[in-house]
Design a binder for this molecule. Structure first.
Ligand code: EPU
Length: 430
């Protein structure tokens, strides 16, 4: 298995091109199942999770064309995919495919809405808590679906082949359940109201795409979405948002090592809470026309407390990276994780660098140390893995991050992007 080798200590200086968001690209690709016409997605990141979802969609009978570079395209720009679900030949999403990635479960919404039935394996994904699917099932039941669990599969059917609009009030904010109910409702008979909808920018990106496919959705960007079902949806062309988590990750890497980095294509409005926290820590964030500039001159980092929250709060997907940053701050930081129950897997690995972190329930207390020392580390989820890279960039000596499978799921050309800014980082194969 590939590893990443880092020799820490170099400041980051230069430019990093921000890719399209994984968590926007995945639901947009799934939305293409809602129409028999081609859906072209621009700025799709080249990631293992995107490839995995292509396999799943192909199994349903979907054709996917990857377009080559065009004149004027940026060297590090995303890819253009055309996805055509002309004829859905299979409404089963099998265990072997779905178990690898939780988002693939989301095909249940479009399959049920368009074909009147779906049989989808219960999902897998990163080891960050139990991650049940009860909100999805309650939401789809409210739209009239009959649902059974059989042999590890969710077997769903819409009586008469069509779902019916209804009010769905989620007990807590769920990004995936909002995606699924919104997709399903756009092809249902009548009007659906989603209360307590997720406001994450990726939900807005999907809603905008559905609208350009002919869906009638209002309240986009708020926690109350109103969806008037339509008979059919048509093809479209839609751009994937820049990745706010990749943006925040590189911002924290720059903050950790010192230096001056332009995050090209980044949009500050997608991660204002995290940028505000970086400001409090002592990092200068400036909004420029090409993106965001992150600067830390020789001054130290100040420890602050953060608590993860649904958007627009501090994102759980940046919690591990922020914890890595706080290991080197002056003072003590309390980091509270409120979204997932078990998202502190990186703590034991950060300790290998000499970090001082104590976990009590949902809160990690991080006491800044004067120095991290390079180590052999390994992580079991995507954002945890990249927090180890951030620690390695600042640590004295050599760090080897093992099992980088998770990094490839969510970070496009990570070692390339960082080494262009002066980091000593390479992939070691085998
Ligand atoms: N939840 C339930 N029941 C449900 C659904 C969710 O209890 O039926 C709980 C979850 O267990 C969790 C909370 O609700 O405690 C929020 O989970 P949510 O459904 O919002 O998460 P998700 O849709 O599965 C997406 C991202 C995650 C990100 C979360 C929160 C994608 C592909 N995944 O997951 O991203 O952490 O929203 O913002 O969009 C990542 O990219 O590394 C990642 C884990």
């Amino acid at each position: 298995m590939d590893r990443i080798r880092i020799v820490g200590g170099n400041a980051l200086n230069g430019e990093i091109e921000i890719s399209g968001a994984k968590n926007a690209a995945l639901p947009l690709m799934i939305a293409a199942l809602l129409t028999d016409e081609p859906v072209t997605l621009l700025n799709v990141p080249r990631l293992a999770d995107v490839k995995q979802l292509e396999r799943i969609l192909e199994n349903h009978g979907v054709d996917i064309a990857v377009h080559g570079r065009r004149r004027g395209d940026r060297e590090m720009g995303g890819q253009r995919l055309t996805i055509t679900a002309g004829d859905i030949v299979d409404t089963t999403a099998p265990y072997e495919l779905v178990a690898k990635m939780r988002a693939s479960f989301w095909v249940i919404g479009p399959l049920l809405a368009r074909e009147g039935q779906a049989r989808v394996s219960l999902p897998g994904g990163c080891a960050i808590g139990t991650r049940p699917v009860d909100f999805y099932l309650e939401g789809l039941r409210a739209l009239g679906a009959q649902i059974d669990i059989d042999g590890g599969y969710v077997v769903a059917a819409a009586p008469g082949g069509r779902l019916k609009g209804a009010t769905v009030a989620f007990p807590r904010v769920s990004v995936g359940a909002t995606h699924v109910v919104m997709m399903a409702a756009s092809l249902a008979d009548g009007t659906t109201v989603i209360e307590n909808a997720a406001r994450e920018p990726e939900v807005g990106n999907l809603a905008d795409c559905l609208v350009s496919m002919g869906a009638k959705i209002s309240g986009i960007g708020t926690d109350r979405l109103v969806i008037e079902g339509v008979e059919r949806l048509h093809g479209t062309s839609h751009e994937v948002l820049p990745d706010r988590i990749e943006t925040g990750t590189y911002a924290m890497a720059a903050a950790m090592t010192g230096g001056d980095v332009l995050l090209r294509g980044a949009r500050g409005d997608l991660l204002q809470a995290a940028l505000d926290s970086l400001g409090e820590v002592g990092v200068t964030v400036s909004h420029e026309t090409e993106g965001l500039r992150i600067k830390r001159n020789g001054n130290g980092l100040t420890a602050i407390d953060v608590e993860t929250q649904p958007f627009p709060g501090f994102p759980t997907d940046l919690q591990a990276q922020f914890m890595a940053l706080m290991t080197r701050a002056n003072g003590t930081s309390a980091i509270k994780e409120t979204i997932f129950e078990n998202r502190f897997m990186h703590v034991a690995e950060l300790a290998r660098f000499g970090a001082d972190i104590h976990v009590d329930g949902q809160t990690a207390t991080v006491r800044g140390v004067p120095e991290l020392k390079g180590a052999q580390v390994m992580a079991t989820d995507l954002r945890a893995s990249v927090s180890l890279v951030i620690a390695g960039l600042a640590a004295r000596g050599e760090t080897v991050v093992n099992r980088i499978y998770h990094l490839d799921r969510g970070f496009e050309r990570l070692e390339d992007k960082l080494s262009r800014c002066g980091a000593e980082i390479e992939r070691v194969t085998g």
